[in-house]
Write a protein that binds this ligand. Sequence first.
Ligand SMILES: Nc1ncnc2c1ncn2[C@@H]1O[C@H](COP(=O)(O)OP(=O)(O)O)[C@@H](O)[C@H]1O
Ligand SMILES: [Mg+2]
Length: 186
Amino acid sequence: MDSVFSVGMLIAYLPYKDQFAARASALIDRWMEFRMLRLHGERLTDIVLCPPDDDRGPAELPPPPDTRIEVENLSFRYGEGEPWVLSECSFTVEPGESVALVGASGCGKTTLVKIMLGLLRPTTGTIRVGGYDLRKVGPRNVRAIVGAVMQDDQLFAGSLADNISFFDPHYDQGADRGGRAAGRGA
Ligand SMILES: Nc1ncnc2c1ncn2[C@@H]1O[C@H](COP(=O)(O)OP(=O)(O)O)[C@@H](O)[C@H]1O
Ligand SMILES: [Mg+2]
């Protein structure tokens, strides 16, 4: 308004101003991405630096004679000083029996199943499948005899049985250990 800026100068100034604003905001975005990189790196180290499973079980295990699952005096907590999630839990699942675990959210159902699948190690107590102590047979063998679809798993197109058996057409024929079936991570 004081006629310091001519119309030409204003026209020239506007694109520069836009360019400056766009680049400044892009710089801030890059900086945020750079900060996130550290977070992703920390998450990755959780996995990369995690000690591998201690798999000292026998290399080849004959299929278990039956599928009775015995849980004995099982106690578990996620760490020293953490509250006990399971305490002195004992039960037996007979072959062919279907069992539903029922309880309020957070009471330990998923934890119990993860222990039974060998994903978590019991703090105390034993689990036997067909007489095999899961602690002694090693995680590789446990995963060969169990199949699981967990609550957070992504299912493939197909039936639930297909997903559990990883599309193995012979999963019922125990003799060839068709039960290779192991859900993602299970
Ligand atoms: N990875 C974990 N670390 C520490 N505590 C956990 C972890 N996972 C679950 N918990 C705790 O263990 C308890 C049982 O959880 P969970 O087995 O998931 O229960 P549910 O499946 O019955 O809902 C909850 O109090 C939960 O906060
Ligand atoms: Mg759960």
